[in-house]
Design a protein around this ligand. Sequence first.
Ligand code: ADP
Ligand code: GLC
Length: 476
Amino acid sequence: MKVLFATSECVPFYKKGGLGDVSHSLPVALSHLGVSTTIALPYFEKVKVKRGDLICLGPLAIDYAGKRELVFVFLTHIPKTTVSVLLFRHPRLSSYDESTFLFFCLCVSAWYRLSALTGNGFDIVHCNDWHMALIPLLLGEQDKTLKKQVKTLQSTAVKTVLTIHNLLYQGVVRASTIRNMGLPMSIFEKIPSPEGGVINLFREGLEHADVVSTVSPSYAKEILTPEFGPHIYDALRKRHDPVVGILNGIDTDVWNPKTDEYLPKNYTKKSVTEGKAVNKERLQKAVGLPVSDDLLFGFVGRIEPRQKGVDLIIKAVRQLPKKSFQVVLLGTGNIKQMKELEHLDGQCTHISYIETFDERLARRIYAGSDVLLVPSKFEPCGLTQMIAMRYGTIPLVRRTGGLADSVEDGETGFVFDDYHVEDLCKIMWKAITLREDDPKKWQAMVTRVMQEDFSWKRSAREYLEVYKKLAPPRRS
Ligand code: ADP
Ligand code: GLC
């Protein structure tokens, strides 16, 4: 089974959020099941890769905006694995916007076609989020043209999977932007708008992909409603097959308190109490919090007011009694909300906000906090709650999407239902008092979360089943 995995981010080359983690760890897990996965990623300026680890495969011709452009394709690997990564270099692939990804979709489709022509074809093209959502349509169009021209290619007709990681971002472009791709406008669904008609890239993908999947069973149901799937839910409902919900995993080698190089002290299930105590003290010192045994809440995430629930955290910490807890928050994003966090940090000695993207500090927060806050309005899957559990930190989450599917209230975390500050306060207070009043029960919870298995083993198998149904193994 050969899969071309198209994505806009992939650890360790480029990461903005959880998609970067998944685009690394899922292909690695699939390789352990014998699936040969090749990742396709734009070679952004910020992509980190050593020159010595790159092989230039040569130029690829792409027709765009009436011109023929040459894109250079480089080959590297996910470090310490056999998973290949193709990096596509071109000035049009330098910024993170819609036209970049449209151009990139053309690159991936051209690569697929070239591979098929040279006998190295892929069985599946797995596309991720709106960035790659035009690929199923493009491949379908190419297929139609090619079938007319080259008969032998008929047997290699590609199958596509489109995975929804987040429907908040759908990639809406003007029709004029699409025109540059040289495709007949009649194949796109034009959505009326004040600008005179736009194309929703995600919607196009959902209408053309062979399988649509998403990153948790709960989100698979939620997105069939207008609230979670605006502009999209009807297209999903119209599909003849249901959206497949497969819970993400985490790479348990990458996220491991026993070996994590960034931690002041490594620890295991056995040494978690001492290990976390040292990490907590060092974290408090590093982020300017008083060294104290108060419950330390952590938050690591994008500052996205429409999703991550930071507004609730800001309100809740103002309402709770000051002397009972501390909070450390790490994240960047929305400017207004970052200013509110800075203001809060300036006013309260028990709150610390660090406005940056910092892998090292993120890991120190997972290890040093007692509880990780994930009060999201919606959360397709969420990885931070799983990482927290791996580090013996108890997650406090809202019951939505993948958070609902991965945390059990009272057993492996604290779960609240309604998106209201009172509800968040109540559950934060519950955590504070439980830790003070019943240390044994608290410790049992820490042990339990560390025993949870969020490795990719099961979920990677589920993806393999999806692939096999679409493209049954070829007979040699
Ligand atoms: P999302 O993909 O919606 O951002 P996830 O929970 O799926 O949320 O994944 C977030 C990933 O990004 C995690 O690996 C988390 O550690 C990382 N992350 C988020 N913000 C930061 C930050 N400011 N610094 C370092 N890592 C971060
Ligand atoms: C998205 C979602 C997040 C999910 C991640 C990886 O960014 O917001 O919930 O974990 O993708 O699938």
